[in-house]
Design a protein around this ligand. Structure first.
Ligand SMILES: NC(=O)c1ccc[n+]([C@@H]2O[C@H](COP(=O)([O-])OP(=O)(O)OC[C@H]3O[C@@H](n4cnc5c(N)ncnc54)[C@H](OP(=O)(O)O)[C@@H]3O)[C@@H](O)[C@H]2O)c1
Length: 322
């Protein structure tokens, strides 16, 4: 069977993890890697056994055999680089957040539709077994309806302007980087809220160091969500249902276990996960490409639009502009 030829654009931290995950994906070949630095591309290609290396992103996109590009650069570049890949008729899996705002995401989607080329946001949590199991429990109402949801993501990151987290020009801040996960959890479990309240503290560099949000839904149901790059927080998601409390244990956005507490007792449910978890989104993309789909049936355009809409609304509330 023909292997799917992957290319990675931007060889930072997440690129390395994705490349490691790809090793466990049947039918995948790490065909190309592209960096702005030749030395970096050489080192990365050697470590991850990539077939080809490029010292410019554009040069990689000229390769006629490349099937799909994984964009792993800071958020501010996602929009322009996705358009560039689509111009070259390359399928795209682009890191989260998909782009800096809804207008950009709409343009990316319109372009993918125009070129008839596959595009998906790399929201890897969507494809993880524990997450899929939880969503199934919620949808089936096995434990009744949701009464309340709490999700947080926090870790102290050293202040370093050379790194993207504190750098406003690179789209830094807690909300877009990690706040997106609690928001994604609430959106997946409860849908779109009718009201949003949010507060944030800002760093000297003008990015949100932390962000506390309350999403309000019909029937007085609330989702309490937070992100922080100044303090460690549990990084769990706790869903209170009528007949059980399900906790996605730390760290809830990556492969993990669940604790299901009912009046009868407590069960810990483990999930067998090969590789590091990035394999699942890559497997899904390959399936979509083999089926000649141009949109994911799971991480759909509609879901990406809802997600960026929520991020935009929280940004409006806290007054965070880029
Ligand atoms: N799914 C996940 O679990 C996960 C985890 C972490 C991050 N992410 C997402 O992945 C993206 C990248 O995050 P990361 O932590 O990998 O970032 P990073 O370590 O800073 O790497 C980003 C890479 O982007 C490239 N780049 C291009 N222009 C750049 C510029 N002007 N400044 C800095 N880098 C530039 C660089 O690659 P070259 O030097 O090789 O060109 C750099 O190594 C972000 O959007 C983030 O939200 C996702």
């Amino acid at each position: 069977m023909k292997k799917i030829k992957w290319g990675i654009l931007g060889l930072g931290k997440i690129a390395g993890k994705f490349a490691a995950g790809l090793k466990d994906v049947e039918g995948a070949e790490l065909y190309a890697v592209a960096s702005r630095s030749k030395t970096k591309a050489e080192t990365f290609a050697k470590e991850h056994e990539a077939t080809k290396l490029f010292s410019s992103y554009e040069a990689m996109l000229e390769d006629k055999d490349l099937d799909v590009v994984y964009i792993a650069t800071p958020h501010v570049f996602h929009h322009q680089q996705t358009l560039l890949c689509l111009d070259h008729k390359k399928a795209v899996l682009c890191e989260k957040p998909f782009a800096m705002n809804k207008k950009q995401v709409e343009e990316m989607i319109a372009k993918a539709k125009k070129e008839n080329v596959f595009l998906m946001e790399a929201m890897w949590t969507q494809f993880l077994p524990h997450f899929l199991f939880v969503i199934e429990q919620i949808k089936s109402e096995k434990y009744g309806k949701i009464k309340n949801l709490k999700a947080d993501f926090g870790f102290p990151a050293p202040v370093d302007l050379d790194k993207r987290l504190y750098n406003k020009d690179l789209g830094g801040g807690s909300l877009l980087d990690i706040g997106i996960y609690p928001i994604f959890m609430a959106m997946s479990a409860l849908g779109m809220p009718k009201e949003i309240q949010a507060k944030a503290n800002f760093s000297e560099t003008g990015i949100d160091e932390d962000c506390n949000m309350v999403f309000e839904y019909d029937g007085g149901i609330e989702a309490e969500l937070s992100s922080s790059i100044v303090k460690k927080t549990p990084t769990t998601a706790v869903i209170q249902l009528e007949k059980a409390t399900i906790t996605l244990n730390t760290r809830f956005h990556e492969p993990t276990s669940l604790t299901i507490k009912t009046p009868k007792g407590e069960e810990i449910k483990e999930f067998q996960v090969k590789a590091n978890g990035y394999n699942f989104e890559a497997e899904h993309v390959q399936k979509m490409l083999l089926e000649v789909k141009t949109e994911s049936g799971e991480m759909t355009f509609a879901r990406s639009l809802q997600l960026i809409d929520l991020l935009d609304k929280v940004r409006d509330e806290i007054g965070l502009e880029y």
